[in-house]
Design a binder for this molecule. Structure first.
Ligand code: GLN
Length: 162
């Protein structure tokens, strides 16, 4: 993860990737990056995918863990089950133009609550899987593993319009 806190560093937007949120947290805490990352995410377009979405959430369960607390969603880690339950599905995209979206879920978190400022862009079986709040986008799936790039284009559009 490349972290910067202002445009002097030449960074207009950021992807906080998937992986293991506990490990990301440990590295961020030990490197003293947590506050800088929180500042960046609060002001610049950021896409959090899977563990990245967990890091951005205001409330994390299963088990509870600290986070940046910037995106008003309540997530349940591994909410769709364990590694063996990882799956590829198709979502209806309420707010993204184009065909249904492929969703690659890998030990994905489930969004079980959204605050009033959070817009749901795509759902799976009625549950939010892609959300936006201001300049923050979060996906509980891995858009980088699908052939199309609509989610990343959304981030780039926000970065361009700053
Ligand atoms: N289950 C992981 C976590 O809780 C996230 C998995 C992922 O990013 N693919 O951090």
């Amino acid at each position: 993860m490349h972290i910067a806190n202002d445009s002097k560093n030449g960074l207009d937007s950021l992807v906080i990737p998937g992986g293991e949120s506990t490990t990301l947290l440990k590295l961020l805490e030990s490197g003293g990056f947590l506050d800088r990352l929180r500042d960046f995410v609060s002001t610049k377009p950021t896409l959090g995918t899977c563990a990245g979405a967990i890091l951005m959430a205001t409330v994390v369960d299963n088990p509870p863990q600290p986070s940046l607390g910037v995106l008003d969603i309540h997530v349940q880690r591994n909410g769709y089950g364990r590694q063996i339950d990882s799956t590829i599905e198709i979502a209806s995209t309420q707010k993204l133009d184009g065909p249904p979206l492929e969703l690659v879920f890998i030990r994905a978190p489930k969004i079980i609550g959204t605050g009033p400022g959070v817009e749901v862009l795509a759902t799976r079986r009625g549950e939010p899987v892609l959300v936006r709040q201001g300049k923050m986008l979060a996906a509980t799936f891995h858009p980088e593993l699908s052939i199309e790039s609509r989610v990343h284009k959304c981030l780039l559009a926000m970065a361009r319009s700053q």
